[in-house]
Ligand binder design. Structure first.
Ligand SMILES: NC(=O)c1ccc[n+]([C@@H]2O[C@H](COP(=O)([O-])OP(=O)(O)OC[C@H]3O[C@@H](n4cnc5c(N)ncnc54)[C@H](OP(=O)(O)O)[C@@H]3O)[C@@H](O)[C@H]2O)c1
Length: 180
């Protein structure tokens, strides 16, 4: 049973976290609200696979202690899915050093404004780790455009995990002037 760690997995990525549970993984989810994390496993039969890591990741010391503790309990994670608000380098560095196996996979979810081309070199993920970059875009529908829904975001992330896509944009980021 693989351990998968999801940072920010109780918001727009809640369906992604639930899907990982349905695949039979042990899923640890980082967030400040334990209630929001517990709500991911609505079905009682999934709840035993869910491990809340209730912490503010801006408190780096506490974040480090808690991810280290869960890695001791479940083993190092085979995958990390990370949705972290800027600045994110310290958070990513801690999770890679303390909780991700050296040949594991790192799925980095970034917003539309991120400089995706630069991120592979600036993100502190070890060379041995399989790095995947997923950028959130927007949807253009005839005359209008809109931001992605949570359902679309999780669907896209799940697809990227299933297909092991190295680089993916959910929706579009071009033409940038058409953004909502
Ligand atoms: N297209 C784009 O580029 C783009 C980019 C960004 C956002 N969006 C949209 O904007 C919406 C709002 O974004 P959002 O980031 O608020 O999404 P969210 O995914 O709904 O919430 C953020 C997630 O990270 C956790 N979190 C946030 N700060 C944390 C902290 N300091 N420590 C630990 N965990 C933390 C939250 O749990 P807790 O609150 O319990 O801590 C939650 O699980 C999204 O729903 C998305 O649709 C779109």
């Amino acid at each position: 049973m693989a351990h998968v760690l999801v940072i920010g997995g109780s918001g727009m990525l809640a369906n992604t976290s639930r899907w990982l549970l349905e695949q039979g993984h042990q899923v640890s989810v980082v967030g400040r609200s334990e209630e929001k994390i517990r709500a991911i496993a609505e079905e009682k039969e999934l709840a035993h696979l869910l491990y809340p890591i209730v912490v503010n990741y801006r408190n780096h010391k506490e974040f480090q202690e808690k991810v280290t503790a869960v890695a001791h309990q479940l083993g190092l994670a085979e995958k990390v899915i990370a949705w972290v608000h800027q600045p994110e380098e310290a958070v990513i560095d801690i999770v890679c050093k303390e909780a991700l196996t050296s040949h594991g996979s790192f799925f980095h979810i970034v917003g539309s404004h991120s400089d995706a081309a630069a991120l592979r070199t600036t993100t502190p993920v070890p060379e041995t780790v399989d790095y995947h970059l997923i950028q959130l875009g927007f949807m253009i529908e005839q005359e209008r455009s809109r931001w992605l829904t949570h359902v679309e975001i999780s669907k896209g992330v799940i697809e990227a995990i299933r297909k092991k896509e190295q680089r993916k944009t959910i929706g579009v980021v071009e033409p940038w002037e058409r953004r909502p």
